[in-house]
Design a protein around this ligand. Structure first.
Ligand code: GLA
Length: 428
């Protein structure tokens, strides 16, 4: 190491902790945020007051608010295509007949929060005005409207290709550079006003954003390209997330992208795995679906209180894969069957039939964080309960079981271990 570089390193580490502490000090992002986003509903057509207020009403009538769903987030296409003469963003008057503030106020009156979307480049991904050169002015507008959440995208940013394309294949620099002005504007607004805007970075995981997102004042950051609502997206995003769980926790969480339940390309088993895996990985739970047309089976999944409680567990520790004796080799890009995460009052085991249907069995002594002994457990999707030295469940293709292992009953360190019997049955 060069002389002086250790001092520099210490300074950098101190600074990064300072920023993390600053982010924690806001009280924001201590657990993954929960909400709804307009994007997967009807893309540009759903970026309106009507969709925002309908979603807020549904949060109340469907009981979502009581479960912790909080943010009503409008994505791309909410403004006009041009700024006004003073460089201000203009809410599309057709989509927002009474402006943004009236909607934000109403949503606040319902005990919910309101989010908007912007972009670090010249234009948003759908070619509405971007914030390049306007960060301070745009944040002033957000503060004036009472916006609580700002998703910040990465289209039309500096690129070696000219003119800049929507999604740059060969960036002219690092996303950190073009996210810095918005970071500064958000931090200044937090310091100057009562505003506590949740800053969500959407640079699709580029430049290892999970390593510096918290230092950029963000409470969450996308780790991948979009969830397109098909099985390939679920596999791609979940396996990316599995490799970077150590960068996610209270103050700043890996964002696996919106939940695309209700997509015609996913069946109910795949929806259960999608929701369950996002939850135990401590991703934000943002419903990307039309709440007016939600099916009974999808509603049942997204209102699973036990799984939501696991997602919101105060430790905020994402689950990781683990390989029990005889467990398969991990296959890149595929969903591994065995996951475990620490909770305040136990552990969560995720069993994923990502590649094959069948019986999935575990001895608790082989699970990191559990010892040789008997434990009580509850499966969250089937409400099956049991106790013993392990768990063994039949799972259909692409389905998932989320097992919370709670109280330790007694140690069996001197007794040969065996799997528990049928659910609920004592097996000694
Ligand atoms: C990008 C983002 C999406 C969505 C669209 C809007 O693709 O990754 O989540 O916000 O832009 O144009």
């Amino acid at each position: 190491m060069e002389p002086g570089s250790s001092t520099l390193l210490t300074l950098l580490i101190t600074l990064s902790w300072f920023h993390l502490a600053e982010s924690l000090g806001t009280g924001l992002g201590l657990s993954p945020h929960m909400g709804w986003s307009s994007w997967n509903v009807k893309q540009c057509d759903s970026a309106s007051a009507k969709y925002a207020l309908d979603a807020a009403d549904k949060f109340i009538s469907l009981g979502l608010k009581d479960l912790g769903y909080e943010y009503i987030n409008i994505d791309d296409c909410w403004s006009t295509k041009e700024r006004d003469g003073s460089g201000k963003l203009v809410p599309d008057p057709v989509k927002w007949p009474n402006g943004i503030k009236a909607v934000a106020d109403r949503i606040h009156d319902m005990g919910l929060k309101f989010g908007l979307y912007g972009c670090a480049g010249q234009m948003t991904c759908a070619e509405f005005p971007g914030s390049e050169g306007y960060a301070v002015s745009d944040v002033d507008q957000l503060v004036g409207w009472g916006v609580d959440f700002w998703k910040f995208d990465n289209c039309y940013t500096p690129c070696k290709v000219n003119p800049r394309p929507q999604t740059c294949p060969d960036p002219a620099g690092n996303t950190k550079t073009w996210y810095a002005p918005m970071r500064d504007a958000i931090l200044a607004a937090r310091a100057r006003t009562a505003s506590q805007i949740h800053f969500n970075l959407c640079n699709w995981g580029r430049d290892e954003v999970y390593k510096w997102g918290a230092q950029y004042g963000a409470q969450s950051w996308r780790i991948s390209e979009d969830n397109y609502g098909d099985w390939a997206s679920i596999e791609r995003i979940a396996s990316t997330a599995a490799d970077i769980t150590q960068y996610s926790g209270p103050g700043g969480f890996n964002d696996l992208d919106m939940l695309y339940l209700g997509s015609p390309k996913l069946n109910t088993r795949q929806e259960r795995l999608h929701f369950g895996l996002w939850a135990i990985l401590k991703s934000p739970l943002v419903l990307g679906l039309d709440l007016s047309n939600i099916s009974a089976s999808t509603l049942e999944i997204v209102t699973n209180r036990g799984i939501i409680e696991i997602n919101q567990d105060p430790l905020g520790k994402p689950a990781n894969t683990f390989r029990p004796p005889g467990g398969p080799e991990p296959v890149k890009g595929k969903i591994y069957p065995y996951w475990v995460g620490e909770l305040k009052d136990g552990v969560v085991i995720g069993l994923c039939a990502g590649t094959a249907a069948g019986r999935y069995s575990l001895e608790f002594r082989d699970v990191p964080g559990l010892g040789r002994g008997w434990y009580e457990w509850t499966e969250m999707y089937t409400a099956q309960t049991g106790w013993g030295s392990g768990v063994s469940l039949d799972i259909g293709l692409h389905d998932m079981r989320v097992v919370k292992v709670g109280s330790f009953i007694f140690s069996t360190s001197n007794i040969p271990s065996r799997l528990s019997g049928p659910a609920g049955k004592r097996d000694y």
